[in-house]
Ligand binder design. Structure first.
Ligand SMILES: [Zn+2]
Length: 73
């Protein structure tokens, strides 16, 4: 299980990627700890690698406590 609680809700890797990307990805890897603190609130940041399309791989970063997110694009 790599489901994690984000902003009070349990999310799957695909759902986490969708929160950051705005649309559901084709595929997503298990959620990992990003080992960084949120620049907005100091909360724990998690990361998920996903494929928004067949030719692209993106790593997204999302705070578990607030709405902050970023990608490595
Ligand atoms: Zn935060």
């Amino acid at each position: 299980m790599s489901n994690r609680v984000v902003e009070g809700r349990m999310v799957t890797p695909k759902r986490l990627a969708e929160l950051v990307e705005g649309e559901a990805p084709m595929d997503a890897e298990p959620i990992e700890d990003a080992e960084m603190d949120c620049p907005e609130c100091g909360g724990n940041v998690i990361s998920v690698g996903y494929m928004p399309s067949v030719t692209e791989f993106v790593t997204a970063y999302k705070c578990q406590d607030c709405s902050w997110s970023d990608t490595d694009r």
